[in-house]
Structure formats: C-alpha cells, structure tokens
Write a new protein. Structure first.
Length: 192
C-alpha cells in the first residue's frame, strides 16, 4: 500500500519472451501489499495454466458481451486472441488501498493511461533481439511461424518503450527483479 489511502496502479509491458511474467512473479513472491491483475482472455489455456489464477479464460462471445457492457479498463486483440482487464476489479482494489500490477501491452497501457493518468508505467526489455529469439525458441511453446510473428510484434512493442516512466533491461534475472522491486517500493514511500 502506498502512503496515501489509495493503492498505486502499475502498468508493466514487454515484448513476448522478454521475461515479464517470470520477473513479476518472482518480484511478487518477495513483495507484500501488491497484487497482479488477472486478465480475461479468449485464448486456450497452456499446460499448467488455471482459470482464475493465470487468466480468466472466456469464450469470444462472452468477451464480446463484456466489451458491449463497457466492463474493461482496456482490451486488445493480440495474436488472434482477445485480452482485457476488468475495470471494476482494478478500481475496487485501488480504492481498498491495494497496489495493482497490470501486465499488458503498449496498446492497453495507452488505453489505461487515458482513464487512470496517475498510473506508474514500466517497460521490460530483453538485452537484444537475438536473445529474445533464443528465449522464444527455448520456451518450446510456439512454431517457427509464430516465433517470427512474435519477433515482428516485438519490434513494434519495443518502439514504444520511451512512453513509459521506467525501463528495466532483463539481461540478468536477479538484477532485473531487484530493479522491479525497487520501483514498487519507491512508489510505496512516495508522499501524495
């Protein structure tokens, strides 16, 4: 919780394969008073993913109904699937003094900044594009065609890093984790 009564909203973006999810989960294991928003998605769960824990998995029809009802703080179509963040859940969490992390792409970050301009934004970069390719290949989750698409999208995503408040380079995992935790802690200590 921050020094004022309302929690802080953190937006964290990165190209696919930059290590964003791993870094956030490791930092959250060592931090208190901060929680990760669970996005809604229309994509199929990957091995080991649980509904309500990793994502709220919904049908395309259900997602469309939530768009129509203006339920999302942000949403986007990424790699043929929709992803979105519940506005009600985020605002309620912040109102109760909880710090919240949104793990979203640059387009979603742009949407959220229009609605919650005081959000603190962080961008995670891989050390290089060849390293990013290597990480995507090592995950073993995607075909070569999908990896090529992700790298193309990564170049677009990376071009938006300068729109963020903070930049973390994930070259060495523990150092990047410390950087993330330092940013979260600094904002908890900030006076209103």
């Amino acid at each position: 919780m921050s020094n004022n009564d309302q929690g802080t909203l953190f937006i964290v973006s990165a190209p696919s394969g930059a290590g964003k999810s791993s870094l956030l989960h490791a930092a959250l294991m060592e931090s208190q008073g901060i929680q990760l928003s669970v996005s809604h998605t229309t994509r199929t769960p990957r091995n080991g993913e649980e509904d309500g824990l990793h994502y709220n998995f919904v049908t395309t029809e259900a997602f469309g109904a939530e768009i129509e009802a203006d339920q999302f703080l942000e949403y986007a179509k990424v790699f043929d699937n929709f992803y979105g963040t519940s506005e009600l859940w985020v605002r309620e969490s912040l109102r109760h003094g909880n710090d919240v992390i949104l793990e979203i792409d640059w387009q979603g970050a742009e949407q959220v900044r229009k609605k919650i301009p005081e959000a603190v934004t962080l961008f995670i970069l891989p050390p290089s594009l060849p390293t990013l390719r290597q990480r995507l290949e090592q995950r073993g989750q995607d075909s070569e065609e999908v990896i090529a698409r992700r790298l193309e999208e990564a170049s677009i995503e990376i071009s938006h890093y300068n729109e963020y408040d903070y930049l973390v380079i994930n070259d060495e995992f523990d150092a990047a984790k410390r950087d993330l935790k330092s940013i979260f802690q600094a904002h908890r200590l900030k006076t209103s």
